[in-house]
Design a protein around this ligand. Structure first.
Ligand SMILES: [Fe+2]
Ligand SMILES: [Fe+2]
Length: 292
């Protein structure tokens, strides 16, 4: 983490007025550039000056959805086989809920790994946001700190969404997959919201098992890439910048770092559930912020 933070210092970041930038590059006077200038002028009227960011090599930073200081190198040495053995009723219930959801998904997608990953990520990005939002409102209601857990859970949600942004660079879902995502999100968001309100220890345990399944799905994905059952392709540019990967990285490298992320989410959520199971509150234990 400290290395990553250290690395980000080399990026050149400075504020620049967008309208100035647009007029200097507008030599053709085309309609498109006029439109852009109009938009950017409105933006600068409010004094909002988005920073112009460059990479260490001087080239422009092309992503607005994340910035260089949010990029990191995933710790791929994490144990991807770790499993929380369900012992209590709470654990067993959480485990079987995830098992019951897993089989229809495997049946539907079979070995279409990228299609499966897109759906999986739209679901996986929900628990962190719901948990973070509920801890946020709890902190406001009770006039107390969260111990950093709001940030840790929102970081997880953001990280999951970046997984999705990576995969949609490779595959754009068809209309029926979008409809499925829409329906699943409607059900899952509300169900998880109610589950977290009723029992955070159950909700975190469910997410812990969901993450275990994500690790196992990405392991199958990786195996098919390694044994040639699936063609390996160059890594999307967004993934190279987000995980600080070498320029010649391939999908295999991307799946490896995403799997490592999922293993970290697994640990965070089982840890959170354990805190509750032992009769404590999350705020009593410092949250694992920046745990990659
Ligand atoms: Fe993910
Ligand atoms: Fe995850």
């Amino acid at each position: 983490m400290s290395t990553t933070m250290g690395t980000t210092r080399v990026f050149n970041v400075h504020a620049r007025n967008w309208s100035t930038q647009a007029s200097s590059s507008d030599s053709s006077g085309s309609e498109k550039n006029d439109d852009n200038e109009k938009k950017l002028t409105v933006s600068s009227y409010w004094g909002v000056t988005p920073p112009s960011i460059t990479k260490a090599d001087g080239s422009a930073w092309k992503w607005n959805c994340f910035r260089p200081w949010e990029a990191y190198q995933a710790d791929t040495s994490i144990d991807v086989k770790k499993h929380h053995t369900p012992v209590t009723w709470n654990d067993k219930f959480a485990y079987w809920i995830v098992q019951a959801c897993k089989y229809p998904a495997h049946l539907y997608f079979q070995r279409k790994h990228i299609h499966h990953a897109v759906l999986l990520e739209t679901v996986a990005a929900v628990p962190g946001m719901v948990g973070g939002m509920l801890l946020h409102t709890k902190s406001l209601r009770r006039f107390e700190q969260s111990g950093g857990w709001i940030k840790a859970l929102l970081e997880e949600a953001e990280n999951e969404r970046m997984h999705l942004m990576t995969f949609i660079d490779i595959y754009r879902p068809k209309w029926h997959e979008r409809a499925l995502v829409f329906a699943v999100q409607g059900v899952f968001f509300n169900a998880y919201f109610l589950a977290y309100l009723a029992s955070p220890k159950l909700a975190h345990r469910i997410t812990g098992y969901l993450e275990e399944e994500a690790v196992s799905s990405y392991t199958e994905f990786l195996n098919d890439l390694e044994n040639g059952a699936m063609e390996d392709i160059p890594a999307p540019a967004i993934a190279i910048d987000y995980w600080c990967l070498p320029q010649n990285s391939t999908l295999k490298d991307v799946v490896r770092v995403i799997r490592a992320d999922e293993a970290h989410h697994r640990d965070i959520n089982h840890f959170a559930s354990d805190i509750h199971c032992q009769g404590h509150e999350l705020k009593e234990y410092p949250a694992p912020i920046g745990y990659h």
